[in-house]
Design a binder for this molecule. Structure first.
Ligand code: F6R
Length: 607
C-alpha cells in the first residue's frame, strides 16, 4: 500500500503535495517523491527514507509550479531506494501508483524487446513507458491511458501527469482507492479523503474501473466500459475525524471494500514479488528445530489461527495447536521452553489474548504477534511483531483485519516450510505468485456485492442459518456465521460439513437456509455430497463456489454466489469476502446498527 496525491491548482504546489503526503504516511514511508510541471517541463524531487528527507529537498528547490503529483511508498517491487521512488517518468509521462501490476514482468520483457531501457525495478515505471509509447504513436493522453489500462492485470490506482499539459491530470482505479477533492478552480486527488482534508471537504470517490480526466474547473469520469458517468459529490468529515466512511454508508462497507488495497499492502511487507520469495523478520527461535506451534486468539482472529493451522501443518509439516485465548489461559497447557507461540489480534488489547501471551512468555516461549495496532500492549509485549497493515478498523465486526491476518499467516506458513526444508524455491515462487494475485481476485469477488445483497434479503427473515465448510474453509464457515450473528442478530452456526450428520442435521427444514462454502479443491465433491444431504431435507442452499462449481451444481441450490477461480491455497481469503457481504447486507436490510452492534465492543479489554 502506498499513498498517492495529485494537485492541479492555482497556488505553488510542492508544499501542498507534501502536506497531503504527510497525511498519507500511514500508508507507507520508506521513500517519497513529487513531480511538478515548471514551464511545461517535468521537475522531480525524490528521497529514500521518511518524508522529512523529501521535505528537505522541497525546501531547497523553490518552485511556483501549480500542478504536480506525489507519492509516499511502501515498497512492493524493488528496494526502497531513490531510484525506485515514485513518481516514475518515461518521456512525457509522470506517474504515481499504488498497488501491484501482476503481469509487469511480461510487459517489461516486451518493452525491453522493443528497445526501451527500464531504469528502476518497479512495476510502475513499465506503465509510464507503455503510456509514453502510445503518446508517441499519436494517441491523446486520455486514449493512451485507456489503452494501457486494458493491458494491466492487478489491483491499482494511478495519477498521471503529462509534459506540456498544464491543465490535465488523469487518474484511474481498479481495486485501490482514489478520492477527488473539488476546490475553487482547483482539483485535488488522493488515496483517501484524509489527504485532501486541508484543501477541501467536497469529495468524489471514484468507483472500481473508473478513469477520471481532471482539469482545474472540470472533472470527467468514465467507467470501465468507457461510458461517461457521474459519481456523487459527498461532504467528508475527514478533517475533523482523520478517518471517514469514504463515501460508504457504514465503516464496515468501507472496510470490506478496502481489502484489495490493504491485503496488497500487508503482503508487500512480507513478500518480495520481484524475486518470488517471502521475507519475514528474524525470529529469536530456530524454526527448523521447533516441534509445534501454539496459536491463541479470540473470535475472528481465532478463526484466522484455525486457517493457519491448515496452512502450516500442510506446508511446513509442523503440528499446530489453536485455542481460544479465554480457554487457553486457564488450561495450564504444557509448553516447552524455547518453543514458539503465536498470538493474533486486531486491536492488540484483547484481555484474554494478552493473558495467553503472558502465560506463554512465563513458560519460556518466544511469542510472535500478528497484530494490527503497532502501539498496542500485545505488540509491545511480544518478541516479534508480524504487523497487519489493515489501517484503522472502525466497524466492530472485523473484516479487513481478518483477511490481512490471513495474508500474514500465509506468508508465515511459506516461510516456515522453507526454513524447515519442506518446500523448494520453485514452489515458494509459485505460491508467491498466487499471493500476488489475491488483491485482484478480491476485487472480482467484491463485484458480487449487488447480487449478494439480493441473496441476503431473501434469507434475512430466517431464524437460524447454518454455514458449512470443509478443510481450510471450515474456519470460513465459522467466520461467516459469527459475522452474521453479531451484526444481524440472526442465529447462525458454522459446521464442518462432514460433521453435520452427527447431530446438527436434525435442525434442517425448509426454514433453515444453509450457506455452503465450496471452492473446487480436492474436497469439493465431498462438500457437494453434504450439500445434497441437506437439500434432500428441504434446506434452502446458498452455494458459494467458483463459476465452474456453480455450473456443475448451481441448479441444486436456491442461490449461488460465484467467487473467482483461484489456487486453493488462497481460497480462505477469497471466500471470506462473500460471507462478509452476506452478513453486511442482511444487517442493513434488517436495519440493525451495523458498525456498533448491540452488546459488543471493538476492543475487549476485560476478560
Ligand atoms: C468479530 C470480532 C471479534 C474479534 C475478537 C478479537 O467480528 O471482531 O470476534 O475478532 O474480539 O479481537 P482482536 O482481534 O482485537 O483481539
Amino acid at each position: 500500500m502506498c499513498g498517492i496525491v495529485g494537485i492541479i491548482g492555482t497556488e505553488p504546489v510542492a508544499m501542498r503535495l507534501y502536506e497531503a503526503l504527510k497525511r498519507l504516511e500511514y500508508r507507507g514511508y520508506d521513500s517519497a517523491g513529487i513531480a511538478f510541471l515548471e514551464e511545461g517541463r517535468f521537475k522531480r524531487l525524490r528521497a529514500a527514507g521518511k518524508l522529512n528527507n523529501l521535505l528537505a529537498r522541497i525546501q531547497e528547490t523553490p518552485s511556483q509550479a501549480t500542478i504536480g503529483i506525489g507519492h509516499t511508498r511502501w515498497a512492493t517491487h524493488g528496494a526502497p531506494t531513490e531510484e525506485n521512488a515514485h513518481p516514475h517518468i518515461a518521456g512525457s509521462v509522470a506517474i504515481v501508483h499504488n498497488g501491484i501490476i501482476e503481469n509487469f514482468q511480461v510487459l517489461k520483457a516486451q518493452l525491453e524487446e522493443a528497445g526501451v531501457t527500464v531504469k528502476s525495478d518497479t512495476d510502475t515505471e513499465i506503465v509510464a513507458h507503455l503510456i509514453d509509447q502510445r503518446l508517441k504513436a499519436g494517441e491523446a493522453p486520455q486514449e493512451a491511458v485507456r489503452s494501457v489500462l486494458k493491458m494491466l492485470e492487478g489491483a491499482f490506482a494511478f495519477v498521471i501527469m503529462f509534459e506540456g499539459e498544464d491543465d490535465l491530470l488523469i487518474a484511474a482505479r481498479r481495486g485501490s482507492p482514489l478520492a477527488i477533492g473539488h476546490g475553487d478552480g482547483e482539483m485535488f486527488l488522493g488515496s483517501d479523503a484524509i489527504a485532501l482534508a486541508p484543501f477541501t471537504s467536497r469529495v468524489t470517490y471514484l468507483e472500481d474501473g473508473d478513469m477520471a480526466v481532471v482539469r482545474r474547473d472540470r472533472l470527467d469520469v468514465f467507467d470501465e466500459a468507457g461510458r461517461q458517468v457521474v459519481r456523487p459529490l459527498s461532504f467528508t468529515q475527514a478533517s475533523a475525524l482523520l478517518v471517514d466512511k469514504g463515501g460508504h454508508r457504514h465503516f464496515m462497507a468501507k472496510e470490506i471494500a478496502e481489502q484489495p488495497d490493504v491485503i496488497g499492502h500487508t503482503l508487500a511487507e512480507y513478500v518480495n514479488f520481484h524475486e518470488g520469495r517471502v521475507t519475514l523478520p528474524d525470529m529469536p527461535v530456530d524454526l527448523s528445530a521447533i516441534d509445534r506451534i501454539t496459536i491463541t486468539a479470540c473470535g475472528t482472529a481465532h478463526y484466522a489461527g484455525m486457517v493457519a493451522k491448515y496452512w502450516i501443518e500442510r506446508l511446513a509439516r509442523l503440528p499446530v495447536e489453536v485455542d481460544v485465548a479465554s480457554e487457553f489461559r486457564y488450561r495450564e497447557a504444557p509448553l516447552k521452553e524455547g518453543g514458539l507461540s503465536l498470538v493474533i489480534s486486531q486491536s492488540g488489547e484483547t484481555a484474554d489474548t494478552l493473558a495467553a501471551l503472558r502465560y506463554c512468555k512465563e513458560k519460556g516461549q518466544v511469542v510472535a504477534a500478528v497484530v494490527n495496532v503497532p502501539e498496542s500492549t500485545i505488540a509491545r509485549e511480544s518478541d516479534v511483531i508480524l504487523r497487519t497493515y489493515a489501517g484503522p478498523e472502525i466497524g466492530v465486526a472485523s473484516t479487513k483485519a481478518f483477511t490481512c491476518q490471513l495474508a500474514v499467516l500465509a506468508a508465515f506458513a511459506i516461510h516456515l516450510a522453507r526454513m524447515r526444508g519442506c518446500m523448494d524455491a520453485d514452489e515458494e515462487k509459485r505460491l508467491v505468485k498466487t499471493l500476488s494475485e489475491v488483491p485482484r481476485l478480491v476485487v472480482t469477488a467484491l463485484k458480487q456485492d449487488a447480487h449478494i445483497d439480493t441473496v441476503a434479503q431473501k434469507i434475512a427473515h430466517a431464524r437460524d442459518i447454518l454455514y458449512l465448510g470443509r478443510g481450510i474453509n471450515y474456519p470460513i464457515a465459522l467466520e461467516g456465521a459469527l459475522k452474521l450473528k453479531e451484526i444481524s442478530y440472526i442465529h447462525a452456526e458454522g459446521y464442518a460439513a462432514g460433521e453435520l450428520k452427527h447431530g446438527p442435521i436434525a435442525l434442517i427444514d425448509e426454514n433453515v437456509p444453509v450457506v455452503v462454502i465450496a471452492p473446487r479443491d480436492k474436497l469439493f465433491d465431498k462438500t457437494v455430497s453434504n450439500m445434497q444431504e441437506v437439500a434432500a431435507r428441504g434446506a434452502r442452499i446458498v452455494l458459494i463456489t467458483d463459476e465452474e462449481g456453480a455450473r456443475a451444481h448451481g441448479a441444486e441450490a436456491f442461490e449461488t454466489i460465484a467467487v473467482p477461480a483461484a489456487d486453493p491455497f488462497v481460497s480462505p481469503i477469497l471466500y471470506a469476502i462473500p460471507v462478509q457481504l452476506l452478513a453486511y447486507h442482511a444487517a442493513v436490510f434488517l436495519g440493525t446498527d451495523v458498525d456498533q452492534p448491540r452488546n459488543l465492543a471493538k476492543s475487549v479489554t476485560v476478560e
